[in-house]
Design a protein around this ligand. Structure first.
Ligand SMILES: [Zn+2]
Length: 459
């Protein structure tokens, strides 16, 4: 099984190396902004000409939005726009132009209605202050050094890793991995290098062939399993979140930048903002760590994992922080389970969005009409069962999987419950939360939607 996977390592850059990476990231921004300005100028020109009644065939030629066309235009203009261009790798400019080409494509598809998810706006200029610096290399000398503590990137040379790259190095040495690209990027005040790697995975069989687990993702606990286990949030997460709030308050008391009066931020504000950024990164790291540990354990031990399908896009619009975080975590849990179950020869089942997993009694199947969010215990009026709300929901989810086995001609089978087909169609792409680079850099195809098997309750 071939999968595209990311390996991300923290870097320890020297001051000179950091300047070099920043110069490359800046070059990416310059190319992006230049090409965007050109496109906008041509579009405005054509609009003006049209308003004067110029026939279509006499309009200023429109520019192509494809990456090769943008690259060609850039190469023709770079001597005047960026006479310093030989100082950085050409991959830097490619990074910026590729981001623009993708942004334009996403916008066009979103406007046509062929793109799922939220509406995508027209690409905007990248600001030096607000853009996460990153540069992606797709060609040239990209490798992990034999000591596994250094990587080599084109132009940037030998960079020290903060952690050992042994997991990737082992695969590279065994010939089961091929590096497709490398991205250097600053996340939360720390530089990382992320390798996009094509990995050849051996087919695995699950440890316990018949075991099914239902997973209910919550706020108080990271997840509640149908086995009755409560999976807690990672240790220190609560204190890290408290610190986050305290730092946010501290920042708001300092003199920040103001665009209307063009006030510069104070040094104290800048320091506080950096502290807040690091605290955000720490919370994200803790959460990510907890999610990965949970999903790996589930995928390794249970061949069938059942989760709820939620309208994640709609829920992210929710302003309540706790709910917001839980839902973001939920989307990530589901994404990780999708690829990890397929790596382990298992499958991920998704309950239908309208399946009342919380309102159904796991004992007798009676469905309540109402269950308020604050009711933490489920009490069944029909059979008298008293059970924790989330545990009840996870039991119902697990029961759904059993129905999918037995329902011969039910709606489940009708939807194509052929496991093999589904697993092959699944896009098992590894991506870390907080580094949603799919739309930002590089030429690797963006992450597809996971084609989890949808289940409806059999009647
Ligand atoms: Zn009941």
């Amino acid at each position: 099984m071939k999968t595209i996977q990311a390996y991300r390592f923290a870097l320890d850059l020297t001051a000179a190396q950091e300047r070099a990476v920043l110069a490359h990231a800046g070059a990416a921004r310059v190319a992006h902004n230049w090409a965007l300005a050109r496109l906008k100028a041509v579009m405005d020109q054509r609009r003006a000409e049209r308003s004067y009644g110029v026939p279509d065939e006499l309009l200023t030629l429109s520019l192509s939005w494809s990456l090769p066309a943008l690259r060609k235009a850039w190469n023709a203009a770079k001597d005047t726009v960026a006479p310093w261009w030989p100082e950085v790798s050409k991959e830097a400019f490619n990074t910026g132009l590729d981001a623009l080409a993708r942004g334009l494509k996403n916008w066009a598809e979103s406007r046509k209605g062929t793109r799922a998810g939220r509406p995508v706006g027209f690409p905007r200029f990248k600001s030096r202050h607000r853009t996460t610096p990153s540069v992606r290399f797709t060609t040239g000398a990209i490798r992990v050094e034999p000591d596994r503590m250094h990587v080599v990137l084109p132009r940037l040379g030998r960079l020290k890793l903060h952690e050992s790259a042994r997991k990737l190095a082992r695969r590279l040495e065994a010939g089961t991995a091929r590096i497709m690209s490398a991205t250097a990027r600053r996340d939360g005040g720390r530089w990382h290098v992320a390798f996009t790697v094509e990995v050849e995975r051996s087919e695995r069989l699950p440890a316990r062939p018949c075991s099914v687990v239902g997973v209910d993702v919550g706020i108080k606990h990271l997840a509640v399993l149908s086995t009755g286990e409560l999976v807690d949030n990672p240790r220190h997460l609560t204190s890290a979140q408290q610190r986050l709030r305290a730092l946010g308050r501290a920042l708001s008391r300092k003199t920040g930048p103001d665009r209307r009066t063009s006030r510069r931020p104070s040094k104290r504000w800048e320091r506080a903002a950096a502290r807040l950024g690091r605290a955000h990164a720490r919370v994200a790291n803790l959460r990510r760590d907890g999610l990965h540990k949970l999903t790996t354990r589930l995928a390794v031990t249970h061949p069938t994992v059942v989760v709820e399908d939620l309208n994640v896009t709609g829920m992210l619009a929710n302003r309540r922080l706790a709910r917001h975080i839980a839902d973001a975590g939920f989307a990530e849990i589901r994404r990780q389970l999708a690829y990890k179950t397929s790596w382990n020869g298992g499958r991920l089942l998704t309950a239908d969005r309208w399946y009342p997993s919380s309102k159904t009694c796991s004992g007798c199947g009676a469905v309540k009409t109402k269950l308020a969010l604050h009711e933490r215990t489920y009490e069944c009026q029909a059979c008298g069962l008293v059970i924790d709300r989330d545990h009840n929901a996870s039991l119902n989810l697990a029961a759904l999987a059993a129905e999918s086995y037995t329902a011969g001609s039910g709606p489940v089978a009708a939807r194509g419950a052929d496991q093999k087909t589904r697993v092959r169609g699944q896009v098992a792409m590894k991506r870390e939360p907080g580094t949603a680079s799919a739309g930002q850099t590089g030429t690797v195809p963006p992450q597809g939607r996971t084609t989890d098997q949808a289940l409806t309750k059999a009647h």
